[in-house]
Design a protein around this ligand. Structure first.
Ligand code: HEC
Ligand code: HEC
Ligand code: HEC
Length: 420
């Protein structure tokens, strides 16, 4: 799957209208070098503690999702992120002095992570989620720094930025930063809310995929968690009413984050790396804090589901496709089979108004995934060759009407649009 990041869109347009002096405006947050030196000049047990905390924070912030090499080398970079204008790569953040961040001071590191400014003063593309990380505390940044500096240096040059002119002009990002404010911690929050916001919005950077973006790809912070389009898939709304309407309970949300499984589905698509490198390692307290921050202690009651009307012939055609190629794994009535495939009756994929995730999974399948608790999910095959576009449309309509409470309005054109 190739997520398309929209933020870069219109960079040039914005660049054209703002005064040319902007790239030289200060862009760095305050950082107390003396306090940092004190925190970092530790040894023995204190150092071990600092590194352990850094390792945990790096997991909560999911740094590995974008900085692990495609061959699995931790933090050695080269992870491709597709954009409409070319490819951007997560960089080598091992302590190698030549190709990694071995020459970064803790201050350089802090400014790269929270301000998007590299040690050489150049801007970092917002594919690196510094908009969300902006209020990471200096002491937490230092702990992550200590952890990364303790890793094995890997000599691996960063791939060349795959962007074409004018999108390869890093200075133009100053304009982008000017019109797209960074995420701030809530004001007047209780300590509990502040802790939840810090874990969810800041470290977890959950908004990057669950909050809609403006025309030039900035987060619409006033519409936090209302759902987002990520290229050809969707990051569903995480608003309490929306989650409740899809059958989530507080307990299921915690289970989903910890293990990647729940009655509402497994973690798939862009959510899977969140589980793989991040949420399964979170403490129960931190998972509870994230859930409570998003939904409050208890979710609203789920609204009554009214059955959705569907033409009998269309239903039969969709049902036939389901029985032919899906029922063997997901059960004749969509009830699922333990350790084989999840239930469809309670799965949220068919409940989203936007059909793209459901279509994507049917067309492309899902590679084998290691979920939490040691559960290995076999691969689900893709059906783009086994089913015609019409059959896929009928199947999607059947599933949406039968299990999703969504209108059976999907056309062959929708399937074409959502496929690759
Ligand atoms: C969603 C993807 C993503 C996540 C998550 C992410 N990064 Fe990045 N990071 C990137 C990309 C992409 C770049 C390079 C951007 C560019 O070329 O301008 C980058 C650049 C950097 C840089 C600048 C280094 C350089 O050589 O240019 C540092 C330091 C860094 N990231 C550290 C971190 C840390 C620490 C975390 C976790 C707290 C993290 N990143 C999480 C995508 C990510
Ligand atoms: C070989 C067994 C197999 C077949 C056949 C199969 N699936 Fe799946 N399906 C799975 C598995 C396993 C998963 C869970 C994958 C994971 O989470 O790693 C899954 C996941 C899904 C999901 C996503 C669940 C989520 O929570 O995100 C949907 C939707 C789905 N299947 C629909 C279908 C449909 C529709 C068909 C028929 C066109 C089908 N599957 C055929 C095994 C199968
Ligand atoms: C890189 C993008 C990305 C990030 C970051 C991300 N998500 Fe997701 N999330 C998705 C996508 C795509 C889905 C839909 C696929 C699925 O359900 O597995 C999803 C699904 C979910 C769902 C299930 C919604 C439903 O009704 O099926 C929950 C809950 C969720 N995410 C919570 C979170 C939380 C909490 C965080 C931060 C710790 C987070 N996400 C970070 C992309 C992301």
């Amino acid at each position: 799957m190739k997520p398309v990041i929209k933020w870069i869109l219109g960079l040039g347009v914005v660049g054209g209208v703002v005064a040319a002096s902007v790239p030289f405006w200060p862009a760095k947050s305050a950082y107390d070098d003396k306090a940092a030196e004190q925190r970092l000049t530790v040894s023995g047990e204190d150092k071990a503690k600092l590194i352990k905390r850094g390792k945990y924070l790096a997991a909560v912030a999911d740094c590995a999702a974008c900085h692990q090499s495609p061959d699995g080398a931790p933090y050695a970079g080269g992870h491709p992120i597709e954009t409409p204008f070319g490819v951007i790569y997560g960089t080598n953040i091992t302590p190698d002095k030549e190709t990694g961040i071995g020459n970064y001071t803790s201050a350089d590191f802090y400014h790269a992570v929270v301000d998007g400014v590299r040690a050489d003063g150049k801007r970092v593309y917002p594919a690196m989620p510094y908009v969300s990380y902006h209020t990471i505390r200096p002491e937490d940044s230092d702990a992550i720094y200590a952890y990364l500096m303790d890793q094995q240096p890997v000599k691996r040059a960063n791939p060349e930025l795959g962007l074409s002119f004018p999108f390869n002009q890093r200075w133009a990002l100053s304009y982008w930063n000017l019109v797209n404010p960074k995420l701030q911690m809530p004001v007047n929050a209780t300590p509990e809310q502040a802790n939840g916001a810090y874990l969810t919005d800041v470290l977890g950077h959950c908004q990057e995929c669950h909050t809609p973006r403006n025309a030039i790809g900035g987060l619409k912070l006033a519409s936090a968690y209302e759902g987002s389009v990520l290229g050809k898939i969707t990051g569903p709304s995480l608003k309490p009413e929306a989650l409740a309407a899809r059958g989530w309970t507080a307990e299921d949300l915690r289970k989903f984050l910890k293990t990647g499984m729940s009655p509402q589905g497994t973690m798939t698509l862009e959510m899977y790396p969140v589980l793989l490198h991040s949420s399964q390692y979170m403490t129960d307290e931190d998972i509870a804090a994230i859930q409570t921050y998003l939904t409050g202690d208890k979710l609203p009651a789920a609204p009554e589901q009214t059955p959705v009307a569907i033409d009998a012939a269309l239903r039969q055609s969709g049902r036939d496709a389901y029985m032919a190629v899906c029922a063997g794994c997901h059960g004749v009535d969509g009830e699922g089979k333990p350790h084989i495939a999840p239930a469809m009756t309670t799965n949220t994929s068919a409940m989203l108004a936007d059909p793209s995730n459901l279509i994507h999974v049917i067309v492309d399948g899902i590679a084998e995934q290691r979920l939490g608790n040691g559960e290995v999910m076999q691969a689900m095959p893709g059906f783009k060759d086994a089913l015609t576009k019409q059959q896929i449309a009928d199947l999607v309509n059947y599933m949406r009407a039968e299990w999703g409470g969504q209108p059976a309005s999907i056309t062959v054109q929708d399937i074409e649009k959502a496929s690759h």
